[in-house]
Ligand binder design. Structure first.
Ligand code: ATP
Length: 365
C-alpha cells in the first residue's frame, strides 16, 4: 500500500470553493475518515484523490508519485461507493474477476486473486450467486472484494455503509475495521456519520465549508476540539455550548450569566478565559462530565429541565441554562421531571472554553 498526501488542494466552481486549501497526509496503512455535514466538501476531496474531477490548485501524491495529471485508472486506487454498482447479470465470481479481465490478466492468476479476496471477505460460498441473491451486507462485501482484487495502493470509500440498515451498519463497521487491520490497507473513507469515523478511523479530517477544521486521532478530536464547530459535531449527544461573559477580579475570574449567577473558574480556566479576544466566551461541556443536583450546591448553576429521555442504561436529560440546551446523562434511578428546577455542576478539568468572537478553543497562557 502507499501513503496519500494532499497539499494545498483547492477545487472551486466559480465562486464556490468546494475544497479550500486542504492539506493532510494519510500514512501507509492508515485509515483516515473525512467527516462533516452535507456539502462540506468530503466527496469532492475523495474524487480529487481518485482523479475523477480536475483540481483547481495544489498537489496530490500517492506513494512516491505526483498524480495531479494522472487518469483515475493510472492512480492504482480502488473505490467503493454507497451503491455497490455490482453487475446484476454477472455472478459474484465474475463481478470480482471483471476488473482483472479488463487488465488482461491470465485466467489462472484471476482465479487465484478472486479466491484469495473471497477468502479474506468470507464470501467463497457465494461466488456462484448473482447480486440479487445476496443480502445488503453480502453485496457490500462483494463490492469490497472487487476493490481488493485490484491490489490497489489505496482504497477510497464514499459512504459505503449508508445503504444498510442500522444493525447491519454496526456489524459491517466492525468487519471493515477488521478488513483494514488484516490487510494493513491505506483507506480514505468519507462519511457524514461522526460515530463511524470515531469507531473505525486511525485519524479523522473534520471539514466544514470546504475547509479542514481539524485533523487528528478521534480521541484527540474528542478531547480537544479546536473550535465550536468541531466540538458540536463530534460526540453524541453533542457537546453543550453555553455563551457567557467573563468577569475578572484581580487574579480571579468567573463566568456570569444575565440570569444572575456566577461560576468561579479554576486558575487554568481563568488563564484561558482571560486570553479571549473579547469578554465573551462559550463554555463547552460533554454530558458525562456534568453532575445534576436537586438543590443549590457549590460550583453548580441553576437550570430548568426541558426533556427527560430514558434509554435503559442511561437517562439523558436536556436542561436549559442561560437559554442554551445542555445535555446531561444520569443514572436511571435519578427521578426528574420536565420544568423542574435543578443545579448543574461543571468539572473544571474537563470543561472547554472557546472565544465567542473567533469560535476557537482558548488555551491557558
Ligand atoms: P454530501 O455529504 O451531501 O455528499 P459533501 O460534503 O460530500 O456532501 P461535496 O459533494 O463535496 O460535499 O460538495 C461540496 C460543495 O461543492 C457543495 O456546496 C456543493 O454544492 C458544491 N459542488 C459540488 N459539485 C459541484 C459542481 N459540479 N458544481 C457546483 N458546485 C458543486
Amino acid at each position: 500500500m502507499a501513503e496519500v498526501v494532499l497539499k494545498d488542494v483547492v477545487k472551486n466552481y466559480g465562486s464556490i470553493y468546494a475544497v479550500n486549501n486542504v492539506s493532510f497526509m494519510v500514512a501507509d496503512g492508515e485509515f483516515v475518515a473525512l467527516v462533516g455535514p452535507s456539502g462540506c466538501g468530503k466527496t469532492t476531496t475523495l474524487n480529487l484523490i481518485a482523479g475523477l474531477i480536475p483540481m483547481s490548485g495544489g498537489d496530490i501524491h500517492i506513494g512516491d508519485r505526483l498524480v495531479n495529471d494522472l487518469d483515475p485508472k493510472d492512480r492504482d486506487i480502488a473505490m467503493v461507493f454507497q451503491n455497490y454498482a455490482l453487475y446484476p447479470n454477472k455472478t459474484v465470481f465474475s463481478n470480482l474477476a471483471f476488473p482483472l479481465q479488463m487488465r488482461k490478466l491470465a485466467k489462472s492468476d484471476i482465479d487465484t486473486k478472486v479466491q484469495a479476496a473471497a477468502k479474506v471477505l468470507d464470501i467463497t460460498h457465494l461466488l456462484e450467486r448473482k447480486p440479487r441473491e445476496l443480502s445488503g451486507g453480502q453485496q457490500q462485501r462483494v463490492a469490497l472484494g472487487r476493490a481488493l482484487v485490484r491490489d490497489p495502493r489505496a482504497f477510497l470509500m464514499d459512504e459505503p455503509l449508508s445503504n444498510l440498515d442500522a444493525k447491519l451498519r454496526v456489524q459491517m463497521r466492525s468487519e471493515l475495521k477488521r478488513f483494514h487491520q488484516d490487510l494493513n490497507a491505506t483507506v480514505v473513507y468519507v462519511t457524514h456519520d461522526q460515530l463511524e469515523a470515531v469507531t473505525m478511523a486511525d485519524k479523522m479530517v473534520v471539514m466544514s465549508g470546504g475547509l479542514l477544521q481539524q485533523y487528528d486521532t478521534p480521541a484527540n478530536v474528542f478531547a480537544n476540539p479546536v473550535n465550536t464547530f468541531v466540538a458540536s459535531f463530534v460526540g453524541s449527544p453533542a457537546m453543550s455550548l453555553i455563551p457567557l461573559e467573563v468577569v475578572s477580579k484581580g487574579t480571579e475570574a468567573a463566568l456570569t450569566s444575565p440570569e444572575g449567577w456566577e461560576l468561579p473558574l479554576s486558575s487554568a480556566n481563568v488563564r484561558k478565559a482571560l486570553s479571549s479576544s473579547t469578554s465573551k466566551v462559550v463554555l463547552g461541556a460533554r454530558h458525562s462530565t456534568l453532575k445534576l443536583h436537586k438543590s443549590a450546591a457549590p460550583g453548580a448553576v441553576p437550570g430548568k429541565v426541558y426533556t427527560v429521555e430514558p434509554t435503559g442504561d442511561i437517562t439523558f436529560a436536556q436542561v436549559f441554562i442561560n437559554g442554551a440546551v445542555v445535555n446531561i446523562s444520569l443514572d436511571p434511578s435519578v427521578a426528574i421531571a420536565p420544568d423542574e428546577q435543578v443545579w448543574i455542576a461543571f468539572d473544571q478539568d474537563r470543561m472547554h472554553l472557546f472565544d465567542a468572537a473567533t469560535t476557537m478553543a482558548l488555551k491557558a497562557v
